[in-house]
Design a protein around this ligand. Structure first.
Ligand code: F6P
Length: 357
């Protein structure tokens, strides 16, 4: 009987359970495999915490948030508490539990570790996971649609309160390196200003835009990705915070922008208050949308098919709407960021959205 391991690594994401379910059910249904769940990502392999997953164990989880296996952000067999324990981990996985292959669901970090274990002789199939939608060689990751839906709703909600008070409302989204969530949700939620990590913003321009709007509208809604930074501040959030007027009061780039606008708007004759909301992990929790449930099921199914075909050292990926596989080496260490001339950016500009540059 084939014995296949499965783990989830990195930050969680709506749809992880749907992937676990689809991998497990496909492997049991199609080849009678035994599926072994590894707890808390690679930490479970290091600390020898694994458990069998059977049909019933993965039933009723399609629509649930989080990951029933648990996950960990930092544990790597190549540097665990200052030691390289990869040889022990490999021996445990292959010889002690008898894994013939491993399905590793995770982001860039997980794919890098998976690629190295694969090089050492543990056949791996990767499944891309990120709400940020920024894994290389992959068109759309599960969890992204859910995050966009949550941010869209938040933008709509701050709009009515902003309108009532005549305020400038700043909403900070996730997206450390890539602005896909802010861009799509910004368009879906009718944000007036969308600020992305890929396009450095000029606080004077954003303030001038708010002032110009104030002549026509009582409010402005700004959607800013957490990785966005002001022009000249250097390309890190840390630098933006360091260069901002009052670092002690700040809790993220949304608050940096709030402080920047508060410092500029009165001189432009705008009396509006500015309020900032950092959405944070709200975007990562809870039930996946129907779109993400389908997408996650396709990813899990595709991973099981790759295992059956013996297509290892690869990550399943969505390209032009089709499930394909790509070498892990092409994925690790690369982020798919928003090209500044992306059609959605052009579209936003053309309908009058301010991109801050
Ligand atoms: O996976 C990336 C991400 O969504 C980033 O946008 C964000 O910076 C990060 O997760 C936060 O993750 P955590 O709080 O789990 O470290």
């Amino acid at each position: 009987t084939p014995r296949i391991g499965i783990l989830t690594g990195g930050g969680d994401c709506p749809g992880l359970n749907a992937v676990i379910r689809a991998v497990t059910k496909s492997l049991i249904h199609q080849c009678g495999a035994e599926v072994i769940g590894i707890e808390d990502g690679f930490l479970g392999l290091i600390e020898r915490r694994v458990r069998p997953l059977d049909w019933r164990g993965v039933s009723g989880i399609l629509a649930t948030g989080g990951t029933l296996l648990g996950t960990s952000n930092t544990a790597s067999p190549f540097s665990f508490q200052g030691r390289d324990v990869s040889a022990e981990v490999l021996a445990y996985a292959r010889d002690t539990i008898g894994l013939q292959a491993l399905v590793a669901i995770g982001g860039d970090g997980t794919m890098t570790i998976a690629g190295r274990l694969s090089d050492m002789g543990l056949p791996v199939v990767g499944v891309p996971k990120t709400i940020d939608n920024d894994i290389a060689c992959n068109e759309r990751s599960f969890g992204f649609d859910t995050a966009v839906a949550i941010v869209t709703e938040a933008l709509e909600r701050v709009q009515t309160t902003g309108q009532s008070h005549g305020r400038v409302m700043v909403v900070e989204t996730m997206g450390r390196y890539a602005g896909w969530i802010a861009l799509e949700a910004g368009i879906a939620g009718a944000a007036d200003v969308i600020l992305l990590p890929e396009i450095a913003y000029d606080p004077d321009r954003v303030a001038a835009f708010c002032a110009e709007r104030a002549g026509r509208q009582r409010y402005t809604v700004i959607c800013i990705a957490e990785g966005a930074c002001a022009k000249g501040a250097g390309l890190t959030v840390e630098r933006t915070i360091a260069d901002s007027p009052d670092p002690l009061r700040l809790g993220g780039v949304g608050h940096v922008l709030r402080a920047q606008l508060e410092a500029r708007l009165p001189a432009l004759g705008v009396r509006s208050d500015v309020r900032a909301t950092v959405l944070g992990h709200v975007q990562r929790g809870g039930s996946p949308t129907p779109f993400d449930r389908v997408l996650a099921t396709r990813y899990g199914h595709a991973a099981a098919q790759a295992i059956r075909r013996g297509e290892f050292h690869r990550m399943v990926s969505l390209q032009r709407g089709e499930m394909v596989t790509v070498p892990l080496s092409e994925v690790a260490g690369r982020n798919r960021t928003v090209p500044p001339d992306h059609p959605l950016v052009v579209c936003a500009r053309d309908i009058g959205v301010c991109l801050g540059d």
